[in-house]
Design a protein around this ligand. Structure first.
Ligand SMILES: *Cc1c(COP(=O)(O)O)cnc(C)c1O
Length: 411
């Protein structure tokens, strides 16, 4: 007997992207040690936690130091004080009612969007947008819901919903029946959004086909357009067909602090093999209570502080700072004749490569001639070929400098 591995892991192909970016950067820096390289590739925030969050965080740490106020294990689903603040500020404000038992607080939306597939059967047909946040794809590959990746860069058995300039980055409904659809809006990597009417098409599809939408709204705080919904539950009937993921990572700079939440409405149903309706909420509750022991108490207090009046004001100032960068990137690149998308309700700008250059060639031009690092769009899926992602998570000075340098290039 020998130990057998999960061979689905051997099908995975995509860690290549950021490894290759780092390799090319290292090679360039070695050859050009004095170059001032500006990194606009990373999807990580750069500003520190705001004072209101730090104050609440510190206060909670002090509570942990005192026998009277010390907290041990909390509820696996998170504390009610945070769930209540979430419901009031993120949902009631948009006319959505939720119960605290429908909100599952966690240490990240990456793990939640990755773990959620566990509660669904292996035979479900999965659809993702292309390009895509690769977590959705890779976790389904690991679970065995796909075959191998083909030469076209697509995993066999997965449905890819193309998003590119030709369709205005609005995915078409799947042409073959699917059971689970991952949507991320505002989108990473393209920075584009769906309006209420455009999202409604998917909600209606899910209702008609007894499918479920896994809606990742990690970038909700960046929404600047009136007709873009802040939650999928703003669409009528969505509670019956959608799970929503949110995170404090980009909202409030929690990428290193770790706090997120997932909403699983009581109305949401799946089906057993005999076709009987089964509530999804207790399944996720069971999964979390079995495999997860809750986000830390000080972190949940820190997250709660993002909803206080001063906390809110402070985090929105940081968001505005990033969005001013996004505007500079959009305008500078548009001025030199490049086609750009996103960056209005998102910190990501999706740039069409000039002269039909491929993503990696454009990456090399920016690195070698402007010393600016982006992320090649092709790394996010086959439809990302011919695009490059830039992020606004940088200083204003670096953003301006990078745009000055790019503006001097000839394409
Ligand atoms: C950054 C990001 C998240 C947040 O993940 P965390 O684990 O909460 O830090 C979720 N979804 C997408 C698409 C992201 O880009």
């Amino acid at each position: 007997m020998v130990v057998k591995i999960n061979e689905n892991y051997l099908k995975l192909k995509s860690s290549y992207l950021f490894v290759e970016v780092a390799r090319r950067e290292a090679e360039f820096t070695k050859a050009n040690p004095d170059a001032d390289v500006i990194k606009m590739g990373i999807g990580d925030v750069t500003k520190p936690l705001v004072p209101a969050v730090i104050d609440a965080f510190r206060k909670a740490v002090d509570e942990m130091a005192d026998g009277e106020t010390f907290m041990g294990y909390g509820p696996e689903q998170g504390y009610d004080f945070l769930a209540e603040a979430i419901i009031k500020n993120d949902y009631n404000k948009y006319g959505v009612d939720l119960d605290t038992s429908e909100v599952f607080i966690s240490d990240g939306a990456k793990c939640d969007t990755g773990n959620i597939q566990e509660i669904f059967g292996i035979d479900n047909k999965i659809a993702v947008t292309d390009p895509v946040y690769t977590v959705y794809v890779d976790t389904n590959v690991m679970a065995g819901r796909t075959g191998e990746m083909g030469d076209d860069g697509m995993y066999e058995g997965l449905t890819y919903l193309k998003c590119n300039a030709e369709n205005g980055f609005i995915p078409e409904l799947p042409s073959e029946p699917v059971d689970i659809i991952y949507l991320c809006y505002p989108n990473n990597p393209t920075g584009t959004t769906l309006t209420k009417d455009q999202l409604k098409v998917f909600v209606e599809y899910a209702r008609e086909n007894k499918a479920i939408i896994l809606f990742d709204a990690a970038y909700e705080v960046f929404i600047n357009e009136d007709d873009v919904p802040h939650s999928i539950y703003e669409i009528e009937g969505a509670k019956e067909v959608a799970i929503e993921f949110r995170s404090f990572s980009k909202t409030a700079g929690f990428t290193g602090t770790r706090c997120a939440y997932t909403v699983v409405p009581k109305e949401l149903k799946g089906y057993d093999s005999e076709g009987n309706e089964v509530e999804i909420n207790p399944l996720w509750n069971r999964r979390q209570t079995t495999k997860f022991n809750g986000a830390s108490y000080p972190v949940q207090r820190a997250a709660e502080a993002t909803y206080s009046p001063e906390g809110r004001k402070q985090i929105l100032e940081v968001v505005d700072y990033y969005m001013a960068n996004a505007k500079i990137i959009r305008e500078s690149l548009t001025d030199i004749g490049l086609e750009v998308y996103g960056g209005v309700s998102s910190p990501y700008i999706w740039v069409k490569t000039p002269n039909d250059m491929d993503s990696w060639d454009f990456f090399d031009v920016l690195l070698n001639e402007a010393n600016v690092i982006g992320t090649p769009g092709s790394g996010f899926g086959p439809s990302g070929e011919g695009y490059l992602r830039l992020t606004a998570f940088n200083t204003l000075e670096n953003t301006k400098e990078a745009m000055d340098r790019i503006s001097k290039l000839e394409f």
